[in-house]
Design a protein around this ligand. Sequence first.
Ligand code: GLV
Length: 320
Amino acid sequence: MKPTIFITRKIDDQIVEKIKETCEVDMWPEEEIPVPRSVLEEKVKYIDGLFCLLTETIDKSLLEKAENLKVVSNMAVGYNNIDIQTAKEKGITVTNTPGVLTQTTADLTFALLMATARRLVEGSSYLRDGEWKTWSPMQLTGQDIHGATLGIIGMGRIGEALAKRALGFDMNVIYHNRSRKTEAEEKYGITYVNMDQLLKESDFVCVLTPYTKETHDLISEKELSLMKDTAILINTARGGIVNEEALYKALKDRRIWAAGLDVFQEEPVPLDHPILSLPNVVTLPHIGSASIKTRLKMADVATDNLIKSLKNETPKYVVI
Ligand code: GLV
């Protein structure tokens, strides 16, 4: 008998066909609406495998309902949406999709950095709103990217890919990470510094750490107060790493110059969130890995992880 799996969102037909070769597939049919919790709670009771997105909260109460579940395959590199401890206790394998999204996410991070520094979104609105009356010396002036110091918090795969891009723009790159990355230091000529030094010296601070209990509110009032008043904060990791209240105050009082945010504590970010009222913030709807090729590759890797786990083979990317 084929194992039964549930896919929590409508995904590419070809990928569904591939899964059907080895599994009985049940799929939430919507592309833009997440599966309701009540539906997920019913499905999880009988399935052998779950293919999910970062929008689903796979917590203790959900996992405890599962009777046959062998694998949770998350179509994301981050897995903070999954209660790893409970999965481990229940002997459920958890997999993710690193690697395939590294370059695409680094591209977006650098694009957001550039858009924020050079005020691209403001400039576009300025033109369309009919504000552009003449060329003037200090109109829409931003911060230089070339020659600036980029501080990367979290030197994993994406951190390294970002450093590589930054060097092409003649930036000076410093980083902070739980452990030193001597190979990356040698390869890219980047410098390890402590967190305070990174915050004090950087013109751009890019947050790229995983979201864990330890990194919750990693950037809060104290950290923001150490940054230059011309500095720009970029977050393409997870919203919870930056305390949004503290960030809002720092941006409003111009204690830092601007921020580029692809992620928020609550997603979708509520439209009345104070941060959206600020002109010195560029906001994106969590699209770091959103290129056509990369999203298809992520679905493919998640499929492979799922099928291998169900066949008792070792999947390529196991979290636990
Ligand atoms: C996206 O944020 C991911 O974790 O893949």
